[in-house]
Ligand binder design. Structure first.
Ligand code: PLP
Length: 423
């Protein structure tokens, strides 16, 4: 066990070379210009939702100021401008995921809606009673509940791949769960409550060998590492725009074109049809088939701007920078009797979940808030993960590209105060 204080541990790390100029990145995010409770804002809750750069904010204002009209409908100049911007955003997102075609990019409200769409449309059509769907023990509720709904509606069997004590997946154990009955695997790329990076390429290969389709929940991955859906070979990939520095209420479902063509609509309405009579309706081709009603126009445009922004900084740099800050934070909190880190897998991204002995996470969060430090406390919509580790909730610090070691120093100083108050 380390004898020194948390503060001393953190100071040992001062003076390392940063791979990203955090000060200049922060200047892009207007939220950091304001003080919170008289203190500098230390935002350590990007896994819940990331802050927005000016480039995204401006793209949304511009949309409403100079190019706003409904899309895909009007023959007039303004509607054409809006449609162009909306469609351009789909192209950008397709390129961001290295999707073979932008028609494989479906705009949804977020990852939650993307997973529900797949469970309902693909699962409801192609899965039969007794077919097995495999998820893991570290899923967000949004990758559990839609499959439970399908189980109750269709009689599929839901299987849960266990996780090790460090929060990682044992691929051998995972492989033993797969069989000819497995028709679908739905798994997170990075676990939101633990930070575990899941070997999704290997999982796709194993699932495909068993004859199953694979959905990857990329919510906590796309802001932190490059994702190439062709290299992964996944059938479906979902993420939410608001965690990628984009607006809320917009997200993406990537799906292989052949699958989208086979899938029935998830919702009916305007914009998803080819022709309608009272007797019969024929549907538009994907992706429009899955985008009933007026879409989130400014959200899609804002998400395109977020993708541009992230690419301009470079995901390789972001990943290296965040790995450095996460490593620093982990080292500062490791090996102490009074702190238990939940999720200690070798390959992690962005997330540090922990418990302080004798202090409820909500108290930790409230005390840190007095110093302008925003962390998440609770079960992080991953109650089975909390059960697995025998805790009701954790304090979670999660990183974005704008976090530096100074934020970790602030967190550690705040945790010293928490300890002082509870001693
Ligand atoms: N999946 C993971 C791994 C998440 O972390 C989250 C949100 O925290 C979701 C899914 C749900 O995202 P949303 O609420 O944006 O649909």
């Amino acid at each position: 066990m380390k004898e020194n204080s948390i503060r001393e541990t953190s100071l040992e790390h001062a003076g390392r070379n940063p791979v990203l100029d955090v000060d200049s990145v922060r200047k892009d995010f207007p939220i950091f210009t304001q003080a919170v409770r008289g203190e500098r804002l230390v935002f350590l809750d990007s896994a819940a939702s990331a802050q927005k750069p000016l480039q995204v904010i401006q793209s949304i204002s511009e949309c409403y100021e100079s190019q706003y009209a409904n899309v895909h409908r009007g023959v007039y100049w303004l509607s054409e401008k809006a449609t162009e911007a909306f469609d351009a955003s789909r192209e950008k997102i397709g390129a961001f995921l290295n999707s073979p075609s932008s028609s494989e990019i479906v705009f949804v409200r977020g990852a939650t809606e993307g997973i529900n769409l797949v469970a309902s449309s693909y699962g409801g059509t192609f899965l039969q009673p007794g077919d097995e769907v495999v998820i893991s023990h570290m899923e967000h509720h949004s990758n559990i509940v839609p499959w439970q709904i399908l189980r109750d509606q269709k009689g599929i069997v839901l299987k849960v791949a266990p996780i090790r004590d460090d929060g990682s997946i044992d691929l051998e154990v995972f492989g033993n769960i797969l069989s000819s009955k497995t028709k679908f695997v739905s798994i997170t790329h990075v676990a939101n409550a633990l930070g575990t990076v899941v070997p999704v390429k290997e999982i796709c290969d194993m699932a495909h060998s068993a004859g199953a389709r694979v959905l990857i929940d990329g919510c906590q991955a796309v802001p932190h590492c490059e994702v190439d859906v062709q290299k992964l070979g996944c059938d479906f990939y979902v993420f939410s725009g608001h965690k990628l520095y984009g607006p809320s209420g917009i997200g993406v479902l990537y799906a292989k074109e052949e699958l989208l063509h086979q899938m029935p609509p998830y919702q009916g309405g305007g914009d998803m049809i080819e022709s309608v009579t009272f007797e019969r309706t024929s549907y538009a081709d994907p992706p429009q088939r899955f985008e009933a009603g007026t879409p989130n126009i400014s959200g899609a445009i804002g998400l395109g701007a977020a993708v541009d922004y992230v690419r301009s900084i470079g995901l390789d740099k972001i990943a290296a920078h965040e790995a450095d800050v996460l490593g620093y934070a982990t080292e500062c909190l490791s090996g102490r009797n009074d702190i238990r880190i939940i999720g200690t897998a070798a390959n992690k991204a962005s997330v540090l979940s922990f418990m302080i002995e004798g202090v409820h996470p909500h108290d930790v969060g409230t005390i840190l808030d007095q110093e302008g430090i925003a962390v998440r406390t609770g079960h992080h919509c991953a109650q089975p993960v909390m059960d697995r580790f025998g805790v009701p909730s954790t304090t979670r610090a999660s990183l974005g590209m704008y976090n530096g070691r100074d934020d970790i120093d602030a967190l550690i100083g705040g945790l010293e105060r928490v300890k002082e108050l509870f001693n």
